[in-house]
Design a binder for this molecule. Structure first.
Ligand code: ADP
Ligand SMILES: Cc1ncc(COP(=O)(O)OP(=O)(O)O)c(N)n1
Length: 267
C-alpha cells in the first residue's frame, strides 16, 4: 500500500499547537494522509482555554459515518471527547466501522489546568473506550484519574499503574512520564504478560511544550501502519517528538507555552 489514511477524532486549537491542528501536522510530517472529525470547538491559545463548544453527538456520528463509508482509515487517533455523550457516539462508530490501529489519548485537562473532559465522563472512558483501543497513552494525572488513585512519582509506580489499566480492560498502555521532575523523560509501554519497555529521551529545556501529548499519540497513529509493531512505532514517534521539541524555540507563537515545531521526518 503506498498511502496511509490517518483519522483524528478530537477538539480544535486555533493557535495550532494541540488538538486536531497538531494531529494533522504530525500525520503529514510522518507520511500519512490526514483526516479529521471535530468533537469540540475550543477557544484556546498558548495561554489557556477560554471556552469550549461541544459539537452535537449526532453530528459527530454523521461525520464519522459519511467519512468512513467513503474513505478507508488505516489508523485512528482519539483525543478530546468533552463528555459522556460524545464518548458514546465515538464508541458506537468504532463498533460500526472497526478501523485498525485505534490510539486513545484520554485527554482530560490541558497543561493550562482547564478541563477538556467532564469529570463525570471518566467512567465512560474506562468502560466504553479502554477496551476498544489498541493503545492508550495517558499522562500521569490521566492514569491516576482512570484508576482513582494518587499520581505515580517514579517509573516503578508508572508500571504498576499501567498494569492496573490493563486490569481495567486496556489492551496496551503507553504511560507518559513528561510530568515527572527528572532529567530524562521516560514513557513505558506495558502489555499483558510482557516486561515493560522504556522509551527515554533527554528532557528538552523549552517552555514550548503545548501539544506534546497530542503530537506523540498522533505520530504513533501515523506510524503504526508503517512499522512492524507497536514498540517500533512508539520508538520512532518519540524520536520525532523529541526533535520537534528541540526545534520548538525556532517558533515565535504566542505569549504562553508555545507549540512544538513539526518538520518533515527523515525516514
Ligand atoms: N521537556 C520535555 N522534553 C522531552 N520530552 C518531553 C518533555 N515534556 C514532555 N515530554 C514527552 O512528551 C510526551 C507527552 O508527555 P506528557 O507531558 O507526559 O503528556 P501530556 O502532554 O499528555 O500532558 C511524552 O513522550 C513525554 O515524555
Ligand atoms: C483540543 C485539545 N485537545 C487536547 C489538548 C491537550 O493537549 P496536550 O498534548 O496534552 O497538550 P497540553 O494541553 O498539555 O499542552 C488540548 N490542549 N486541546
Amino acid at each position: 500500500m503506498s498511502s496511509f489514511n490517518i483519522l483524528s477524532i478530537a477538539g480544535t486549537d486555533p493557535s495550532g499547537g494541540a488538538g486536531i491542528q497538531a494531529d494533522l501536522k504530525a500525520f503529514s510530517a510522518l507520511g500519512g494522509y490526514g483526516m479529521s472529525v471535530v468533537t469540540a470547538l475550543v477557544a484556546q491559545t498558548t495561554t489557556g482555554v477560554a471556552e469550549v463548544h461541544r459539537v452535537p453527538p449526532e453530528f459527530i456520528t454523521r461525520q464519522l459515518d459519511v467519512l468512513l463509508e467513503d474513505v478507508r482509515a488505516d489508523a485512528v487517533k482519539i483525543g478530546m471527547l468533552a463528555d459522556t455523550e460524545v464518548i458514546d457516539a465515538v464508541a458506537e462508530a468504532l463498533d460500526a466501522h472497526r478501523p485498525p490501529h485505534v490510539v486513545l489519548d484520554p485527554v482530560m485537562v490541558a497543561k493550562s489546568g482547564d478541563r477538556l473532559l467532564a469529570a463525570d465522563a471518566i467512567g465512560a472512558v474506562r468502560a466504553r473506550l479502554l477496551p476498544r483501543a489498541d493503545l492508550i497513552t495517558p499522562n500521569l494525572p490521566e492514569a491516576a484519574e482512570l484508576l482513582g488513585v494518587e499520581e505515580a512519582v517514579d517509573t516503578a509506580g508508572m508500571e504498576h499503574q499501567a498494569r492496573g489499566l490493563l486490569d481495567l480492560g486496556a489492551r496496551r498502555v503507553l504511560i507518559k512520564g513528561g510530568h515527572l521532575d527528572t532529567a530524562e523523560s521516560t514513557d513505558l509501554l506495558v502489555e499483558p504478560g510482557r516486561p515493560a519497555v522504556p522509551f527515554t529521551a533527554p528532557r528538552v529545556a523549552t517552555k514550548n511544550t503545548h501539544g506534546t501529548g497530542c503530537t506523540l499519540s498522533s505520530a504513533i497513529a501515523a506510524l503504526l501502519p508503517q512499522r512492524d509493531g507497536c514498540a517500533d512505532a512508539v520508538r520512532d514517534a518519540k524520536e520525532y517528538l523529541t526533535e520537534a521539541l528541540r526545534r520548538a524555540d525556532d517558533l515565535d507563537v504566542g505569549a504562553g507555552k508555545g507549540p512544538v515545531h513539526h518538520f518533515h521526518a527523515w525516514w
